[in-house]
Design a protein around this ligand. Structure first.
Ligand code: NJP
Length: 235
């Protein structure tokens, strides 16, 4: 059985990716702060695919001690991690002039420090898999900016830099920067279903990733941008 870990699996894109991986037959370790949500998801996934194993871990990705302990526990449980989905993240938007600095620090703690800690902690488990794949969920804004998006875009530019540096420092692994456009999730204090037309669904992002995961392991997928046709093309 291939194995996968998903951070931020309790809702949104992470939950949709977890469902996709369950259907693809992966043994799963799911992490997020909302342990109850993960347990509900685990029951659902085991109904979808009774042949897989699903374990859940309460985890705040900003807490270095927790991230390292969880990575050790997952390494013991799975042995090796074929696919690591580094997905946990938050959004907050507003003009820089009066952007709340506590919110600014929180954005960087979850979106940047969380990614750094997760990649550091899971490197041995990815290496144990041979050519393990780290999927780092950044954003279509990891290469652009917009008014009201300064701090959030800055975190995603940083995530892109971390993902690319990690790939160069670990040529034995594969690193994919997954860059979703506007997606209907619980992101930035919205509710799934509220986003309206012009957004991708989380399942559509997961379906795009499924195509990449089916590639042979000698293929190094470096970047996947997936956006609704309602968004202005960047090309
Ligand atoms: O958001 P949401 P998305 N420690 O709120 C978890 C990127 N993205 O699915 O801890 C651990 O539905 C939280 O779990 P919990 C975005 O930047 C999105 O849209 O239980 N986990 C939940 O499972 C992010 O990187 C859009 O609260 C923490 C999950 O993260 C990724 O997609 C566009 C945590 C968030 O689920 C998934 O976000 C784009 C912590 N400290 C990029 N804090 C978009 N939706 O439009 C949060 O370009 N989580």
């Amino acid at each position: 059985m291939p194995t996968a870990v998903v951070t931020g699996a309790s809702r949104g894109i992470g939950r949709a990716i977890a469902r996709m991986l369950a259907i693809e037959g992966y043994d799963l370790c799911l992490a997020a702060r909302s342990h109850d949500e993960l347990d509900r998801l685990s029951d659902e996934l085991l109904e979808v695919s009774s042949r897989i194993d699903v374990a859940t871990f309460g985890l705040d990705v900003t807490d270095a001690v927790q991230v390292r302990a969880t990575a050790r526990a997952i390494g013991d449980h799975l042995g090796a991690v074929d696919v690591l989905i580094v997905n946990a993240g938050i959004g907050a938007f507003g003009a820089m002039a009066d952007f709340d600095l506590d919110t600014f620090d929180r954005l960087f703690a979850v979106n940047v420090r969380g990614v750094m800690l997760t990649l550091q902690a899971f490197t041995p488990a990815l290496q144990a898999a041979g050519s393990g794949l780290a999927v780092v969920v950044s954003s279509d804004v990891s290469t652009r900016v917009f008014p009201g998006g300064g701090p959030y875009c800055a975190t995603k530019h940083a995530v892109r830099a971390l993902a690319r540096t990690y790939q160069q420092e670990h040529p034995e692994l594969r690193v994919l920067e997954l860059r979703p456009g506007a997606t209907d999730t619980f992101f930035a204090d919205t509710d799934e279903g509220d986003a309206g037309p012009g957004h991708l669904t989380a399942d559509e992002v997961a379906a795009a990733l499924r195509g990449v995961l089916r590639l042979p392991v000698h293929v190094r997928p470096e970047e996947l941008v997936v956006r609704s046709t309602a968004q202005t093309p960047e090309f």
